[in-house]
Design a protein around this ligand. Structure first.
Ligand code: SF4
Length: 285
């Protein structure tokens, strides 16, 4: 069996920055305690657990506004996925200290959406329902129309005015293009501002480049991580058989004996140590 480690893979700049921000907050004795994280700093259980062990209280599973109401004092950390201005001003109103780890790419999407709304555009946003990044963008204005996939297009009314389609940063860049083409049949003036971030795009391109070179792709990452799921989807849409695992313990669920060349990649929130362990475990087989 030959193992190909696909580059680039794993941590992106936005994740590294978010983790550093939290580490700095923990190390700083002036940080007002308790420290709450509004959701998972990045979608990876190993990373989140390490911070919980250092005393950070992680709230999850509810919308940000509901979680925020459970906090009465201390500091809140806004995760790399961002949050709407409404959430930030409510936190200030409650007297909470805010540490903002929003990725610059997500900030850029927020700025774009605000500008387009100001210019009178109908704004369509392609994203995953209930994902924190989508929640943050939709929180900008109730006028934003969420499109979660091709099925939603059927229900969209035709619109002849100026309109723009933009997207969650971790979607498939090919899917964004396909969706735009389909939507333009109903919304002829629909412009596209593709907001797939560079890290997501380069990881997807690297997977597509493996077409015909590998027999199987192993994507290492948390099931909640959208960019991890998109790597698996990108592989499958390009005819590459793919599986997604969380860490090396999941390898036992599969039989790899029929494969000659296996590619390994990882989502942008997967730590390098987990990827190394997967590769070492594969080699040991
Ligand atoms: S995947 Fe993209 S948007 Fe998300 S943190 Fe990394 S660089 Fe930022």
């Amino acid at each position: 069996m030959r193992i190909v480690t696909i580059q680039p893979h794993g941590f992106c700049g936005g994740v590294v920055r978010a983790i550093r921000i939290v580490e700095r907050a923990l190390a700083d004795e002036n940080t007002i305690k308790p420290i709450y994280m509004l959701g998972n700093i990045v979608h990876n259980k190993h990373v989140v657990r390490a911070f919980q062990e250092k005393g950070i209280i992680v709230l999850d599973g509810l919308s940000r506004d509901v979680m925020l109401e459970q906090i009465e004092e201390g500091t809140i950390i806004i995760t790399a996925h961002g949050a709407s201005d409404k959430i930030k001003s409510r936190a200030r109103e409650k007297g909470l200290n805010i540490i903002d780890a929003t990725c610059a790419c997500v900030e850029k999407t927020h700025a774009l959406v605000k500008e387009k709304l100001y210019q009178g555009y109908a704004v369509y946003y392609y994203g995953k329902k209930n994902h924190p990044e989508t929640e943050g963008v939709l929180g900008i204005s109730p006028a934003i129309i969420l499109v979660t996939g091709a099925d939603d297009i059927k229900a969209l009314p035709a619109y002849a005015g100026k309109a723009v389609l933009t997207n969650q940063t971790t979607m498939s860049y090919n899917e964004v293009r396909r969706l735009h083409e389909k939507m333009r049949l109903k919304i002829p003036q629909l412009e596209l501002v593709d907001e797939v971030c560079d890290a997501t795009r380069r990881r997807q391109e690297a997977v597509i480049a493996q077409k015909g070179e590998i027999d199987l792709l192993i994507v290492v990452g948390d099931p909640l991580s959208n960019n991890t799921r998109m790597l698996e989807e990108t592989a499958e849409k390009n005819g590459i058989k793919a599986i997604q695992i969380e860490d090396e313990s999941d390898l036992d669920k599969y039989d790899f004996s029929g494969y000659e060349t296996i590619g390994v990649t990882a989502g942008a929130s997967t730590p390098e140590t987990i990827i190394d362990n997967v590769i070492a475990s594969l080699k040991a087989r």
